[in-house]
Design a protein around this ligand. Structure first.
Ligand code: FES
Length: 115
């Protein structure tokens, strides 16, 4: 899934949201590397593209759960709601083809998400 060029991400403030019919991905540039993470929070599906990003930690603006954009690990459980509902965020490898960056997403629906 095409993310854009590194320059486009930089110009956009170091983060860019890219959507398709199956994916909603937030790409962030940190210390020269670009990471692609599922944009919809695993807790309750809220968009995190405007969440605070400090170091490698993305904070969901809704209930303030925190995730590591490198591996999706939960760094802090949500401060409201059922913390049992939060699970690691999906992350996607980022590859490049010339200037363009891509998130390597599975083809079709990722049923493993529902395991
Ligand atoms: S929706 Fe993200 S922490 Fe609740």
């Amino acid at each position: 899934m095409k993310l854009g060029t590194r320059e486009e991400i930089t110009v956009a403030g170091g983060r860019i949201r890219v959507r398709s019919s199956e994916y909603d991905i937030l790409a962030v540039e940190i210390e020269g590397e670009v990471y692609a993470v599922e944009n919809l929070c695993s807790h309750a599906g809220v968009s995190m593209h405007n969440g605070r990003l400090r170091d490698f930690t993305l904070t969901c603006p809704s209930h303030l759960a925190q995730f590591d954009v490198r591996d999706g690990a939960v760094r802090r459980e949500p401060l409201e709601g059922d913390p049992e509902n939060v699970c690691p965020q999906r992350v996607f490898p980022v590859t490049s083809d010339g200037e363009l960056l891509f998130a390597e997403v599975p083809d079709g629906m990722d049923w493993k998400w529902f395991d």
